[in-house]
Write a protein that binds this ligand. Structure first.
Ligand code: SF4
Length: 511
């Protein structure tokens, strides 16, 4: 049977013909979608349902017994002379042309006997790739003989704030992209032919790694295609992907093999020096200046959040981060015992922010009366823009907390600074300054044995727990297990910061 190019395969082919070939001919070689991606798809489905509610008399075409029935139904309903139902909006409408196949989210009756195509995106902005997606659809529908008036992308209004039941007419932005898609139509048939030739070939095309491996999305085959790169490869150069590819094309794959160091920026030069010398770089003076900014008691703070395309609570925007958990380790004075305070929202389906805030206020301290001084002590976080943004959004949503939140924000010190600015670098960090790479590189402690290993897994587990029904013994046991894993995970983030800080003090004091 001859090969067919669907929209998702066309987009894969734009990224890389090797990826496309594997997707079509050896689909088992593509790693399965992870939980975060599947959750994104699920949210996309919910957004699609909400968009369809804008067309209450719409007719669903997809999900028939088989694709032949769906194609026939689409043909009957879109060809005016054969349509005895009148022209109504249509959902999930499939069309084929030559060897291409696409499904329109929504067809809306347009001018004369023409149709408007509406493609729904669960995103709050449009990217270039969406235009290619739209152009491919136009190619299929035009070719199949559908009279197209306009092409719209419908995406989330980032300024929308939930206030009671969601009104989809305010929730979505509908943007006319007819002209942009027309510009891409000229080259599309040739691209499709090239892709069809590639997937009909017996062997997978040989394709070198390139910037396409992570643009517009990280390719699912990246681990496999990049596995032969050596340790300390040029791709570990900090924010240096383009430079790395220029070395790679000249056959230079190791940082240690770079001779023309004039092209490296100061941070990349530190990486080069570190690898050439003893794998460790310490700028004691800058580290010392950073450590001198800290004031006891020290608070080590970390938030966990979740976000949904369709907001769950009033006053919340699409994809706004909602904090549901924090961990706070406190050291009152040098040498004193560490105290851990933490909060994890209940799985009761309620907005966790009010209880989160009252617990956080107690943990960080606040000015109880006008006669007591404002609380002091540095609040250490790792990558301050995240925690600061959450706190500022909380302050906006709950103005009664504005004063103490403002105080807390003023006390924040970013433990990322010594690593992001490379006062310390260890080649085991592989060019990264994230907590998940710095902690093991500096202390040998890692997240490998944790049930929850990263923030996106934490938010998915919380959402799973929050929607588990209370009552069944199995659900209760599962919820308890998730709670424990979440507390352990967030606790390691803040305890890890203490270990890191101790190492930094040792480095400075040991000089
Ligand atoms: S990782 Fe890169 S080279 Fe490999 S299939 Fe993907 S885009 Fe192509």
């Amino acid at each position: 049977m001859d090969k067919i190019l669907s929209k998702s395969k066309y987009l894969a082919g734009l990224q890389c013909l090797k990826y496309l070939w594997q997707l079509v001919n050896e689909p088992d070689s593509i790693p399965p979608f992870d939980d975060a991606t599947q959750f994104r798809f699920k949210q996309g489905h919910e957004v699609g349902k909400l968009a369809k509610s804008l067309f209450p008399d719409g007719i669903e075409i997809g999900y028939c017994k088989d694709i032949k029935t769906e194609l026939e139904k689409a043909r009957r309903l879109t060809y005016p002379r054969e349509n005895h139902f009148g022209r109504k909006p249509l959902f999930e409408v499939p069309f084929t042309y030559k060897n291409s196949f696409a499904i329109a989210d929504i067809l809306e009756p347009g001018g004369k006997d023409w149709w408007n195509i509406i493609e729904v995106k669960a995103a709050s902005s449009i990217k270039d790739i969406n235009m290619h997606d739209a152009a491919f659809q136009r190619y299929c529908y035009d070719g199949a003989g559908l009279e197209i008036d306009k092409f719209f992308l419908m995406y989330l209004n980032r300024d929308f704030e939930k206030d009671g039941t969601i009104d989809p007419s305010n929730f979505f932005i509908k943007e006319d992209v007819t002209k942009q898609t027309e510009k891409l139509m000229g080259a599309i048939e040739e691209k499709i032919e090239t892709m069809l030739d590639a997937i009909r070939a017996k062997n997978c095309p040989e394709i070198e790694i390139s910037e396409n491996c992570y643009k517009p999305y990280t390719c699912p085959l990246k681990d496999s295609c990049w596995r032969n790169l050596p340790d300390n490869s040029v791709f570990e150069l900090y924010r240096g992907k383009r430079l790395a590819f220029s070395f790679y094309k000249k056959g230079i794959t190791r940082i240690s093999d770079i001779h023309d160091t004039a092209v490296l920026n100061p941070i990349q030069s530190i990486q080069h020096k570190t690898i050439k010398e003893n794998n460790l770089f310490v700028d004691s003076k800058s580290l010392d200046a950073f450590l001198r900014k800290l004031r006891y008691p020290l608070y080590f703070l970390d938030f966990e959040t979740f976000s949904m395309a369709i907001p769950l609570f009033d006053g919340v925007r699409p994809y706004q981060n909602i904090p549901f958990q924090f961990s706070c380790h406190i050291i009152e004075s040098p040498g004193s015992k560490t105290k851990n305070l933490y909060f994890l929202a209940d799985n009761d389906g309620k907005d966790p922010r009010p209880v989160f805030l009252s617990n956080l206020k107690e943990a960080l301290g606040y000015n109880k009366t006008n006669s007591t001084p404002d609380p002091s002590g540095s609040i250490l976080v790792y990558y301050e823009s995240f925690e600061k943004t959450i706190l500022k959004e909380l302050s906006r949503a709950f103005p009664e907390h504005r004063y103490w939140i403002g105080q807390a924000v003023g006390r924040i010190i970013d433990l990322y600074e010594p690593f992001g600015k490379f006062y310390y670098y260890n080649s085991e960090q592989k060019g990264s300054a994230s907590l998940k790479t710095v902690l093991p590189a500096l202390t040998g402690i890692s997240y490998d044995d944790m049930e929850i290993k990263n923030g996106s897994q934490a938010s998915l587990m919380y959402l799973k727990m929050a929607f588990l029904k209370e009552g069944s013994t199995q659900d209760c046991a599962e919820a308890e297990k998730i709670k424990k894993d979440l507390v352990d995970y967030c606790g390691l983030d803040t305890e890890g910061m203490i270990f890191i800080l101790k190492e930094l003090y040792n480095l400075v004091d040991g000089e």
